[in-house]
Write a protein that binds this ligand. Structure first.
Ligand code: UDP
Length: 249
């Protein structure tokens, strides 16, 4: 598939990219080389009119629960706010990476911080999307004790996204961790119920419940393979589709 041939199968998509997209494998912090590669893929998929909102994670800098567990002086809610601020740092980096390849963007934050980002306002977010701007949604939900997976699920519903694309570093949802068991089976389709019952690692349980309740499909795929975001957006069967119907579909 050439870049100019990417015909989106969806009108409006929510892409969740975790903090690990912002750094090299096994490292932390921000690698602009890694980010540029993601930014170029994104540029290629918004050329043909796709409306794209991106929820970015912050795990390359700090995850609230992990940090609270190791830092006795930091109370858990503070650690989670720190995690949310980490997603704003990533959002700023992603914004400049996208603008440097010619993509118009807006950064909206769930925690108000005038001078850095617009506040998240649903109607304004929709207006940006309609105008062809990629909207980066930072600071998660603005509330502690959840992850950006939950933020992605909630925002997808709020903006009426057709699908959640969950970019990961593996090729989809497996019966077991494919890093530990090379014989693990990859599902091409699976239901929300199976994911929850088998405790498969897709998104956190709150996010899964929300998508299940509101019938928002999730496509889990390896975004590190160049061209995969375009394939997912074009409706090609890559990775794993998590839906109400699952394998019966
Ligand atoms: N976070 C939060 N509320 C939210 C979203 C995120 O408190 O609505 C905090 C939480 O501590 C989380 C951190 O921000 O660990 C970074 O987000 P996440 O772990 O989801 O990043 P990812 O794993 O996607 O890189």
């Amino acid at each position: 598939m050439t870049v100019s041939s990417v015909r989106p199968a969806y009108k409006r998509v929510l892409l969740k990219i975790s903090g690990e997209s912002f750094c090299r494998e096994g490292e932390s912090g921000i690698s602009m080389a890694e980010l540029s590669s993601v930014a170029e893929q994104i540029r290629d998929v918004v050329k043909n009119g796709l409306q794209l909102a991106i929820v970015c994670g912050g795990g390359n800098i700090l995850r609230g629960k992990q940090f609270a567990d190791i830092s006795q002086q930091i109370v858990p809610s503070t650690a989670h706010y720190m995690g949310m601020l980490a997603t704003v740092i990533n959002g700023l980096a992603l914004q400049d990476a996208l603008e440097s390849v010619g993509v118009a963007t807006r950064l909206q934050s769930a925690i108000r911080m005038e001078g850095v980002a617009e506040p998240f306002i649903r109607r304004r977010c929709l207006r940006h999307l309609e105008k062809g701007r990629v909207v980066i949604l930072a600071a998660g939900t603005g509330s502690p004790f959840v992850t950006t997976d939950t933020a992605a699920a909630l925002r997808a519903r709020e903006i009426d996204a057709d699908v959640v694309l969950k970019g990961t570093k593996v090729d989809g949802v497996y019966s077991e961790d494919p890093m530990k068991n090379p014989h693990a089976i990859r599902y091409s389709d699976i239901s929300f119920r199976e994911v929850l019952d088998q405790n498969l690692q897709v998104m956190d349980a709150q996010a899964m419940h929300h998508c299940m309740e509101h019938n928002i499909d999730i496509i889990v795929f390896n975004y590190k393979k160049v061209g995969n975001i375009a394939r997912a957006v074009a409706g090609e069967r890559i990775g794993t589709r998590v839906s109400t119907e699952g394998r019966a579909s």
